[in-house]
Design a protein around this ligand. Structure first.
Ligand SMILES: Nc1ncnc2c1ncn2[C@@H]1O[C@H](COP(=O)(O)OP(=O)(O)OP(=O)(O)O)[C@@H](O)[C@H]1O
Ligand SMILES: [Mg+2]
Length: 451
């Protein structure tokens, strides 16, 4: 992982409009992880991650930044919602589970890498196994043998090589073979049976595993499969045999500790409102989160994970509260505060068309499958953006999310009718937008429900 801050920002730019301060802060924090790795101990141990809080109104891109960062970094990353946690002893998830999630992600990642390394060998071995089924190997190579047998074995070898070529060309892909496959347990969802009681979660997931093993984890079953499918299954099995699971887990723990990132979304939801009352457990959650952010040891299935060097990025809208309402110790652990701006009409225009997954591209592609071509005019986009920001101002400001409801309403007609109609091109200009949406926007009650 060695993208420079500038590269990280430009990657984020592909999906998120504006919010440069937030992008920069995140990019610097990510690069600092790499920088620290270059520094020798003991100084390295002293350098703690600079945790970040992203604040900004609803629908301004906080969670979106997290989602994109997770795809970008080649480090274990997990995103949790603070509102899902409860103080130990209450019903809900316990905070340690975020570290267990991270360990899980890290193991998966390291395992995939290990498997990729043995891939070629696993492929060959899988081929051998399929060949063994298609044409049982001749055993006549050992010991002295009669001429006639020798000849026979050479023929058999040749036949096997022919078969191998066919197999590699994919000529046999659809042929059926019978193989033994491990039966996966039907999975009785123990965890949900027990209910999400904080603290019991890990116990429950361990129980689940033993249960899975009991219920036929080791049992095998004969199945008829296509050669292609059999190859895939064998390849996986062989790869599992070739990798050293202990080593993978060790590497995974160390990677989670050294470069892991935990994104705590909705952190403002655990700020207790004034007056206390039934909110006491929120502050309890903050107190539970604190040791994790400060550095502690968390037990996971794969071993103990120390959290000292994990990077935490928190985000919250902080509508009715401020970061200073967090308990002081926790505030101190998030030294970097970045504000995301409320999105403007200009931003909306850009959000509609610029990102690689923009709504304009999405709707064009969706309706394109029905033969309807959408042709967006600049003033059409402007009209959509204007309605979005008007409704945000008159109703509730839900940021870019407003664009989703508006676009859905705008193309309701085509979404329903286009399969029954011949191919057509729809000109999306200001006229069309206003004609279709004005009646709803003008009527407050209607727009409250529809847009
Ligand atoms: N700056 C932006 N650029 C592009 N798209 C955006 C931007 N901000 C928001 N969006 C779009 O709006 C949707 C909602 O944004 P997001 O989930 O990031 O909101 P949020 O800031 O996390 O809000 P909340 O505080 O309610 O969680 C996203 O799916 C994203 O596509
Ligand atoms: Mg969010």
């Amino acid at each position: 992982m060695s993208l420079t801050p500038r590269e990280i920002v430009s990657e984020l730019d592909r999906y998120i409009v504006g919010q440069n301060d937030a992008k920069k802060a995140v990019a610097i924090a990510l690069r600092n992880r790499w920088r620290r790795q270059q520094i020798p101990s003991p100084l390295k141990e002293e350098i703690l991650p600079k945790n970040i809080i992203l604040m900004g109104p609803t629908g301004s891109g906080k969670t979106e930044i997290a989602r994109r960062v997770s795809k970008l970094v080649k480090a274990p990353f997990t995103k949790v919602e603070a509102s899902k946690f409860t103080e130990v002893g209450y019903v809900g998830r316990d905070v340690d589970s975020m570290v267990r999630d991270l360990a899980e992600v890290s193991v998966k990642m390291c395992k995939e890498e290990a498997i990729a390394k043995v891939n070629a060998k696993a492929k060959t071995q899988a081929e051998e196994r399929v060949l063994d089924i298609l044409s049982p190997r001749s055993t006549s190579h050992v010991g002295p043998k009669l001429n006639i047998e020798e000849e026979h074995s050479i023929n058999a070898d040749e036949a096997r090589e022919d078969l191998r070529r066919n197999l590699q060309n994919g000529d046999l892909n659809n042929q059926l073979v019978e193989i033994e496959v491990k039966q996966t347990a039907g999975g009785v969802p123990m965890v949900s049976m027990m209910g999400p009681v904080a603290g019991f979660e890990e116990m429950a997931s361990n129980l689940q595993e033993s249960l899975d093993k009991m219920m036929g984890g080791g049992r095998k079953k004969q199945r008829k499969l296509k050669v292609k499918e059999a190859l895939d299954i064998f390849e996986q099995e062989e790869a599992q045999k070739l990798i050293d699971l202990d080593q993978v887990q060790e590497e995974a723990i160390s990677r989670a500790e050294q470069s892991g990132i935990i994104f705590i979304d909705e952190i403002d939801k655990v700020v207790s409102r004034e007056g206390r009352g039934p909110d006491v457990s929120r502050e309890g959650v903050q107190r539970d989160i604190l040791p994790i952010v400060e550095g502690s040891a968390v037990h996971t299935k794969y071993g103990i994970v120390r959290t000292d060097h994990i990077l935490f990025i928190a985000a919250g809208a902080f509508h009715t509260s401020k970061p200073s309402d967090l308990i002081p110790e926790l505030q101190g652990r998030f030294p970097i505060r970045v504000e995301l701006k409320s999105l403007t009409e200009e931003d909306f225009i850009r959000i509609l068309e610029e990102p690689e997954n923009s709504l304009v591209k999405q709707y064009s592609a969706l309706l394109g499958t029905e033969g309807t071509t959408l042709s967006f005019d600049k003033d059409g986009l402007r009209a959509i953006a204007k309605i979005a920001s008007d409704v945000n101002a008159s109703q509730e400001n839900i940021g870019a999310r407003r664009l989703y409801t508006i676009m859905e309403k705008l193309f309701e007609k085509e979404s329903f009718e286009s399969p029954d109609k011949p191919a057509e091109t729809l000109q999306v200009d200001a006229n069309l937008v206003n004609q279709r949406l004005d009646p709803i926007v003008k009527n407050e009650d209607l727009s409250r429900f529809i847009l």
